[in-house]
Design a protein around this ligand. Structure first.
Ligand code: ADE
Length: 236
């Protein structure tokens, strides 16, 4: 049985991305449903539900939809790592998504611009403005950027790819991930405020696989400062 308290939902794609969250949570209750590991507890004085969504758009949309319907959270914070497209971004920097887009959505054959969900009129999915206003005031040891995160079912490794100029120039992306826009889509459908917070683990280039492996455990906890800022400054 789920708890009756209205919660805040904290999601990450992988275990290492939410270790810092879990290690700061008290009063933990663990459960598993449909293969989703769920931990309820208190974090910075707020009742939270955390879960690992799995990697990619389908896994993350499934997890988000299931937990949103089950818990009806007040809002959703998705945290984890991302590859940088913006040349100013360095490994360890934090990017708070102003908005997200599915870079691998391609309805050009039907006359729609790439990134737009055909017949929906929807291309860019905004983070919640109130959460963004709070999050961007985070004071921490890392650089904090507000940017556009592009989501797709690909780990981007090579700036020479033809997709790179599309992502960088046409979509004006600052970072790439594999879950942000799909969870943003589900939250929009279910009318739940959403914010995406990523730490840069690599520069989406030929060194990205090694950088991702090396820096994931090191930088994944950086976004905890933003989570803390959000939890301490929302009235729930
Ligand atoms: N997440 C972290 N680095 C990434 C990359 N290079 N491509 C897609 N998602 C990522």
């Amino acid at each position: 049985m789920k708890s009756e308290k209205k919660s805040i939902l904290l999601l990450s794609a992988m275990q290492q991305e939410y270790d810092a969250v879990i290690s700061n949570m008290t009063e933990q209750i663990h459960r598993e449903e449909y293969g989703i590991s769920i931990v309820e507890g208190d974090l910075f004085g707020k009742h939270c539900v955390t879960a690992i969504s799995g990697v990619g758009k389908v896994a993350s949309a499934f997890t988000a939809q299931y937990l949103l319907i089950l818990y009806q959270p007040k809002f959703v914070v998705f945290t984890g790592v991302a590859g940088a497209l913006n040349p100013d971004y360095q490994i360890g920097d934090i990017v708070i998504a102003q908005d997200t887009v599915q870079h691998d959505m391609d309805g050009r054959g039907l006359g729609f611009p790439r990134g737009e969900v055909p017949y929906s009129g929807q291309r860019f999915f905004d983070s919640n403005k109130q959460l963004l206003d709070i999050a961007e005031k985070t004071q921490c040891a890392h650089r904090v950027h507000i940017g556009r995160v592009l989501t797709g079912d690909q780990f981007i490794t090579n700036k020479e790819q033809t997709t790179y100029s599309y992502m960088h120039e046409e979509l004006q992306g600052d970072a790439v991930d594999m879950e942000g826009a799909s969870v943003a889509y589900v939250c929009k459908k279910l009318n739940t405020p959403f914010i995406l917070v990523r730490t840069i683990s690599d520069k989406a280039n030929s060194e990205a696989p090694e950088n991702f492996e090396a820096f994931l455990p090191e930088v994944a906890g950086n976004s905890l400062a933003v989570i803390q800022q959000i939890l301490l400054n929302t009235n729930h």
